[in-house]
Ligand binder design. Structure first.
Ligand SMILES: CC(=O)SCCNC(=O)CCNC(=O)[C@H](O)C(C)(C)COP(=O)(O)OP(=O)(O)OC[C@H]1O[C@@H](n2cnc3c(N)ncnc32)[C@H](O)[C@@H]1OP(=O)(O)O
Length: 210
């Protein structure tokens, strides 16, 4: 495998380490972290090279940049800011993910090991399809959305911007999940979900905390 040199990962948390690990597995040489909160320079096998400002000053040194922050809105905002500054935003697809050649991955997406992305599906910028999640045919996963580990998504599902489908959830075909939604862990979504709503359970219903 030809090595690609060098990748900057913004966000030195747990998700960032998963992305760095996958990046090495798919051929990136020299993976560096940047983070505004983490002060230590050693980060497991990797180094934290500085803050967002440091990254901004060194964008020319990186053939690839990806934002790997768990918070969906923040990840998407930083992705867009880096795009405006001319960063070479890339996707990272683990070699043990299966992605149809007839799927579209926009820049800044992360596809984790064991994930499956089927024909006709579009994964918009900054979205995550996490470990072992399956996204079947003709789905649209919105900008900054997160499909958590083990989700089973049927065909033709739409997930809006920055929504989070929780670990192990199942989503019926053609369901539309709005923007900034939260689908609880293990939920079974059989009806569309309005924007901004959290749903849980089987069948999934809005979570009313009153
Ligand atoms: C690599 C990674 O680690 S990726 C991370 C993956 N993690 C996830 O996917 C987490 C998904 N998050 C959840 O499921 C959360 O429980 C949420 C967001 C749905 C709710 O969280 P909170 O707002 O903190 O709700 P809270 O814990 O207070 O629970 C409120 C009520 O909802 C219930 N509830 C919470 N989550 C669920 C769920 N997934 N399914 C069914 N009921 C649930 C609780 O039992 C509680 O009910 P009660 O009032 O009768 O006791």
């Amino acid at each position: 495998m030809a090595k690609k040199d060098r990748l900057a990962v913004f966000g030195a948390g747990g998700h960032g380490r998963v992305v760095a690990d996958a990046a090495e597995a798919c051929g990136w040489n020299n993976v560096d972290f940047f983070d505004d909160a983490v002060t230590s320079t050693a980060h497991g096998p990797w180094q934290v090279r500085g803050t967002f400002r440091c990254l901004d000053e060194r964008l020319d040194e990186y053939a690839g940049v990806i934002v790997a922050i768990g918070h969906n809105r923040r990840r998407l905002a930083l992705h867009d800011e880096l795009a405006a500054r001319g960063a070479a935003l890339v996707s990272v697809v683990h070699p043990q993910a299966v992605v149809s050649p007839y799927a579209v991955l926009e820049p800044g997406t992360f596809i984790a090991p064991g994930a499956v992305v089927c024909v006709g599906t579009v994964i918009r910028r900054g979205a995550i399809v996490n470990t072992g999640a399956t996204v079947d045919h003709d789905c649209t996963i919105g900008p900054g959305a997160h499909i958590a580990p083990g989700v089973a998504m049927s065909g033709g599902v739409t997930v809006g911007e920055c929504s989070w489908v929780g670990v192990g959830a199942a989503v019926k075909e053609l369901v539309e999940i709005g923007t900034d939604c939260m689908v609880g862990a293990g939920s079974v979504v059989i009806r569309s979900v309005d924007s901004g709503v959290t749903v849980v359970g089987n069948p999934a219903r809005p979570l009313n905390k009153d």
